[in-house]
Design a protein around this ligand. Structure first.
Ligand code: MN
Ligand code: MG
Length: 477
């Protein structure tokens, strides 16, 4: 039987019969002497979702919120002899709380970003950056990260404007990796040392998505290329285990500079565990059943344990490892399980939360949460017709049209008094919230009457930068 064929049940039954440990840790693996159980937990794509609250709809939401995921983290940590919590990026942008901090509140001396304040209560070991970390610029990012009580790693964002031939000579924006020496308890109840290396990756496409913030300052390297260069060095420095924090999804078609490269990170010798994210999906799960190399029954990518913990705190990624110390003194993975645990269930078409809020995660964010509510409720206009997106994919739609009108107006203002003033303007807009994989509640619906900031944010979710491109009639045609 290969590692990946061991079921969770067999795995949990373990290799030794130490029943006293079953009482102490009913769900943890039972390890023999010279073996140890190590539990790795992931949050990913939190996007400032701390309270289980939908700021656009201005109502509670049981499908999201780190304050809920935290209940799973505490439960699974309490069950385990040895547990480590990591985050996989996309932290500081993605909801009106994030916008409130950047556009309204800003940073005063001593301020801590609410996302970091919430995470600081949970004992994270390490995190990496997501692509959305760059939406508000590098200066804001640096100030935000400064408030975290845990480190960040990333191996493929490089300072400067030219990419050298040797990735090991890159001057990276952050430390490319970190090797931590942990003391874990083995199956005999004895303390043991283990060196765990964490390395982080972001989609190289940040250079396009956030070109205004990044071009001329940093560059990106292909994820797999960076991983192949740094991982042997981590091994040389004595890492027993290498854990990839890949803020990148799972795609089966390998290409240079690919956005979703986690499958090919898993394939690199030396990589032991892969935490994925970015796609806002769940792995192991049916979305990936047709990808060669992704085993959705056993939770592996190329045979390595891997997980993607949904988004906005919807799931906690859970990887359990049974480790054994070899004759060379190095720890190796004997067996593993991977799964994504949700914070809610669907019962009779209703969302039913499976966990309650953890108050200590919300406490340091309470003032900013309330200020965000006041911010999003501020009226900025009025509409005489309802603006909803229910038919946005099949017909002309006012929720898309108003965005197009706003873009045209904005560019007109920018062109006033310039050589381009008389040019006609074409405006392209696409539906954002139109159901689909995000579920039957994923629509915009602004009723007749006052329009508040929450409605504007709902009509246009992303902090994109508007651009006008001069083209000829022939090019348009
Ligand atoms: Mn994300
Ligand atoms: Mg992302």
């Amino acid at each position: 039987m290969s590692d990946s064929q061991i079921s969770r049940r067999t795995f949990l039954a373990g290799t030794a019969g130490a029943s006293a440990l079953i009482v102490m840790h009913p769900f943890a693996a039972i390890a023999a002497p010279a073996q140890a159980h190590l539990r790795l937990m992931e949050t990913t794509d939190i996007h400032v979702a701390i309270y289980p609250y939908d700021y656009y709809g201005d109502k509670p939401d049981d499908t999201l919120g780190l304050a809920r995921t935290a209940a799973l983290i505490k439960k699974f940590r309490a069950e385990a002899t040895n547990a480590i919590l990591i985050d996989n990026g996309d932290l500081i942008q993605g909801n009106p709380l994030g916008d409130y901090v950047f556009y309204e509140k800003g940073f005063k001396a001593g301020d801590i970003h609410p996302m970091m304040a919430a995470m600081n209560t949970l004992g994270y070991e390490v995190s990496t950056l997501g692509n959305h970390e760059f939406n508000y610029g590098l200066d804001f990012l640096t100030k935000s990260l400064a408030g975290a009580n845990f480190p960040f790693v990333n191996a493929n964002i490089i300072m400067g404007t030219t990419l050298g031939a040797d990735p090991l000579k890159d001057k990276t924006l952050l430390p490319p990796y970190k090797i931590v020496e942990k003391t874990i308890t083995d199956g005999a109840g004895q303390p043991q040392k283990i060196k765990i290396g964490f390395i982080g990756f972001v989609p190289p496409q940040i250079m396009v998505w956030d070109s205004a913030n990044l071009v001329g300052k940093v560059m990106t390297r292909d994820i797999v290329q960076a991983a192949k260069a740094w991982i042997p060095q981590m091994k040389e420095e004595g890492a027993d285990l290498i854990v990839a924090l890949s803020h990148s999804g799972i795609d089966g078609d390998q290409q240079d500079g690919m956005e979703n490269a986690s499958l090919f990170v898993a394939d690199i010798p030396g990589v032991d565990v892969v935490f994925t994210g970015h796609q806002h999906l769940v792995f192991p799960g049916p979305d990936f059943k047709n990808i060669k190399g992704a085993d959705v029954a056993n939770g592996t990518l190329m045979g390595k344990p891997a997980v993607m913990g949904g988004f906005w705190g919807s799931h906690m990624g859970l990887i359990d490892l049974l480790l054994e110390r070899g004759e060379d003194g190095k720890w190796k993975i004997l067996s593993h399980t991977a799964e994504a645990r949700p914070i809610y269930e669907r019962k009779d078409k209703k969302i039913v939360p499976t966990v309650a809020d953890v108050a200590e995660v919300e406490a340091p964010v309470k003032a900013d949460h309330e200020a965000t509510l006041a911010y999003v409720r501020r009226p900025v206009g009025e509409t005489a017709a309802p603006l909803h997106s229910y038919f946005a994919l099949v017909a002309d739609d006012p929720s898309v049209q108003i965005v197009s009108i706003a873009q045209t107006w904005y560019i007109e203002q920018m062109m006033k008094g310039t050589q381009w003033e008389k040019l006609p303007i074409l405006s392209a807009a696409a539906p954002f919230k139109a159901g689909g994989p995000s579920g039957p509640n994923y629509y915009t619906d602004v009723p007749v009457g006052p329009v508040a900031i929450k409605n504007v944010s709902d009509l246009y979710l992303y902090p994109n930068t508007i651009r006008a491109v001069q083209v000829s009639g022939a090019q348009v045609k």
